[in-house]
Design a protein. Structure first.
Lengths: 165, 574
């Protein structure tokens, strides 16, 4: 089962490598990982998307919590949450037809074209994993994808619930 | 608070002194020479020069196991630091408090593959409780204070502190400011058991018809032996110890049914298999205990107390998990038992004990000594006699380790010192040395084998330098006995590289290091010569005992079986 884990940890050198090392050392799966400092510069926030049954997930949560730098970890998939991923994709747009199609699809998905080259368009799109996958699938049918990059999922709980010290 | 101006190297030594460190076990080299100079200029902390950094870690480890204090290691960057890796892993697996101070090349060179640069923080990351790379002179005292605090609270473990050369050199000084009251917002080790879980546990335990208490190394590290004994006596329950937990209750206590697991007693494993409630205290259901996990005690309700939540329901599902320091939780359990005015139902209790005593009758821990070669088990029995059961026994790894665990009942916690989790050959001698440093007046014995002793034999030289009269009891079977046993049992007797050819003359070897060597070859001289060896108080004695090389360790769990499926002797199942 797919899980989204949100981790709040000390923004210290080596703290990210401890998390990543833990996952590889114990053969836990990482599907996506995203990390950045928070508004409090002493803290980092990591979102990891992983797969595993309840037992594995229990171990992941406990093992991560055991790291000295980790302040909190929560499984966002346990309750209502918002998840988003950012996609930047560069596609071929050589003909008028291709340009119109790409623009139309982008509008439908509420993406935006952020750069135009002689032969390529660069598009930005945010959404959950299904939306991004669907967008990429349709784009690939219409034109050629030259390059793409995804940020990995980030997530936050809905309502009053917050991950903070 | 002092605000003296000190160099980084002086800060390191002063910080250790402030933390009441008696000994540093280490070995010098380029990146840490400033620290060595600072050590030279003071008397608070004594440095012990080993002959190999691995031995420094094991010595610090043995010291820590015997005293409960943090063992301190100092090594230079590069090879010095990497030589510590096995010792760090050994301490990690057995949850031993240790701080390893490792030199590093100057900050400006880090990442350049400079001479003697290795990323020791990276190398040791999976085998430490935590690590620090100290990048600023003024941080040194507090980083060291944090390292000690982390190493010896909660579930103890090793902490590595990397110290780049540029923050140690005499050119820079800063004010020495140290806060010994460490408080880390992300780490709170002082955990009490959840009261609801305590009540649930007590009502389960008190309703049990066949209760077994199963305790591990957590009891030793929490100094919770007395509490454990009083809990056992209140419940009149049988108790078994893991290899790491031996001495948690006296091995002579009536309720003690022996070690459990791979080479445990039949009665301990049978009791586990037939229990309706298992109370696990500071133990972690290691695979050397459970045998096949799927077949492990399917009918028992498991109450599991541990400070480390990851140990709970990792391999065996706990029905009543209690996260907390085992001493605090046991206190809570006892209070709850007393509050409920619980009295043991004598009939139920006696039925259970009657059953256990039948298993005891099998005498699974036994051997046959004829007039031929000396049996290794017999040596351990004689060792017990000659030391009155009061010695610290540090063991290496192999058959001799299991014989020591089976045939030397440990009366007190911290008396039995062995590498249980990692099974590190070469651990025994340096560990026994660390014990001797901690308790110079106590008898410190290293039980070893002809294979293991050669993995840190060079420390005989350190023993001479620091006058460490440990007793080395080598069960010399001219082979890697434990490997050979598996080859006999599983690999059709094909002894692939398990025969020790070209063994040294251990007597001359001991003598060349300035010690005394005694060889024992015949049963009829065993007790007398052992007594001779132990009568020598101020010298190291290496006792090389030629034992029967064909002897196997029994009983032994049958591979892939349930916890109580055991071989009692060759071809004989329980
Ligand atoms: C460093 C290390 N290497 C290999 C092993 C695997 N091993 C376990 S027991 C053993 C044999 C030990 O021989 P010895 O010290 O003579 O003890 P004996 O079993 O003969 O009593 C070996 C090789 C180990 N535990 N540690
Ligand atoms: Mg041997």
């Amino acid at each position: 089962m797919r899980r989204i884990l949100a981790i709040l940890l000390e923004n210290e050198p080596g703290s990210l490598s401890r998390i990543v090392g833990l996952f590889s050392q114990r053969a836990f799966n990482i599907e996506t990982l995203s990390v950045a400092p928070t508004e409090d510069a002493s803290l980092s926030r990591i979102t990891i998307v992983t797969k595993g049954d309840d037992r594995v997930l229990e171990q992941i949560v406990k093992q991560v919590n055991k790291l000295i730098d980790v302040i909190k970890i929560t499984d966002l998939t346990e309750r209502n949450h918002v998840e988003r991923e950012l996609l930047l994709v560069k596609v071929l747009a050589m003909t008028d037809k291709a340009r119109t199609e790409v623009t139309r699809i982008t509008e439908i998905f509420r993406g935006s074209i952020v750069d135009i080259g002689k032969q390529v368009y660069t598009i930005e799109l945010t959404g959950d994993v299904e939306k991004i996958n669907a967008f990429i699938g349709i784009l690939a049918n219409e034109t050629e994808i030259i390059e793409s990059v995804r940020s990995g999922t980030v997530g936050i709980a809905r309502g009053e619930k917050a991950l903070r010290i | 608070m002092t605000t003296q101006q000190l160099t980084g190297a002086e800060m390191v030594v002063k910080a250790l002194a402030e933390l009441d460190v008696e000994y540093i076990f280490g070995y010098p080299g380029g990146s840490v020479l400033d620290i060595y100079d600072a050590i030279f200029n003071q008397d608070d902390v004594e440095h012990v020069l080993v002959r190999h950094e691995q031995a420094a870690t094991h010595m610090a480890d043995g010291y820590a196991r015997a005293t409960g204090h943090v063992g301190v290691v100092l090594a230079t960057s590069g090879p010095g630091a990497t030589n510590c890796v096995t010792g760090i892993a050994t301490a990690y697996m057995d949850s031993i408090p240790m701080v390893v101070l490792a030199g590093q090349v100057a900050s400006s060179l880090i990442g350049d593959d400079a001479f003697q640069e290795t990323d020791i923080v990276g190398c040791s990351r999976p085998i430490v409780k935590h690590s620090f790379s100290c990048r600023s002179l003024k941080d040194i005292p507090n980083v060291i204070a944090k390292a000690f605090y982390i190493a010896n609270t909660g579930r103890p473990g090793p902490v590595v502190v990397e110290l780049p050369k540029d923050i140690l050199i005499p050119d820079h000084t800063a004010a020495f400011e140290m806060n010994k009251d460490v408080n880390l917002r992300a780490y709170n080790p002082n955990v009490k058991g959840h009261q609801k879980q305590i009540r649930k546990a007590v009502s389960t335990i008190t309703q049990a018809k066949r209760l077994v208490i199963y305790s591990g190394g957590g009891i030793i590290s929490a100094n919770a032996s007395e509490l454990l004994t009083s809990l056992v006596e209140r419940l009149k329950a049988p108790i078994t110890n893991t290899l790491m937990g031996l001495g948690g209750i006296s091995g002579l206590h009536d309720n003690f049914i022996g070690m459990l697991g791979m080479h445990g007693s039949l009665e301990a494993n049978k009791a586990m298999a037939n229990a309706d409630v298992i109370l696990a205290l500071g133990a972690r259901f290691d695979d050397r205990v459970t045998n096949k996990v799927e077949k492990f005690c399917p009918n028992a309700t498991i109450v599991h107390v541990d400070i480390d939540p990851t140990s709970i329901s990792k391999t065996i599902n706990a029905h009543i998990p209690i996260v907390g320091l085992v001493d605090i939780v046991m206190q809570q359990l006892i209070e709850e038992i007393d509050a409920q005015e619980y009295v043991v139902d004598e009939t139920i209790n006696q039925n259970w004990w009657q059953q256990i005593n039948e298993w005891r009758q099998v005498k699974s821990i036994s051997y046959q000594q004829d007039q031929g070669k000396i049996k290794p088990q017999r040596v351990i029995e004689s060792l017990y006699e000659v030391t009155h059961g009061d010695a610290y026994i540090s063991s290496d790894v192999g058959q001799h380790q299991m014989f020591a665990a089976q045939y030397y009942p440990f009366k007190k916690p911290r008396q039995w010192i062995n590498s249980g989790g990692l099974g590190t050959m070469g651990f025994g001698l340096p560990a026994a040395m660390g014990v001797k440093m901690a308790f110079p007046d106590a008898e410190s014995v290293c039980v070893t084998g002809d294979g293991s002793i050669q993995m840190n034999i060079q420390e005989l030289s350190t023993c001479l330098q620091y006058n460490l009269p440990v007793k080395i009891i080598s069960l010399n079977n001219r082979s890697l006995g434990m490997v050979r046993q598996w080859q006999d049992m599983i690999y059709g007797g094909r002894h692939s590289s398990s025969y020790m050819e070209s063994l040294p003359d251990f007597i001359k070897l001991a003598e060349s290091y300035g010690h005394i060597g005694i060889q024992i070859n015949h049963l009829d001289e065993l007790d007398e010569k052992l007594a001779q060896a132990f009568a020598i108080k101020d010298r190291l004695v290496f006792v090389d005992i030629l034992v029967d090389e064909k002897e196997h360790v029994y009983p032994m769990q049958i591979k892939h079986g349930a916890v109580d499926e055991m071989w009692l002797s060759k071809g004989v199942k329980a």
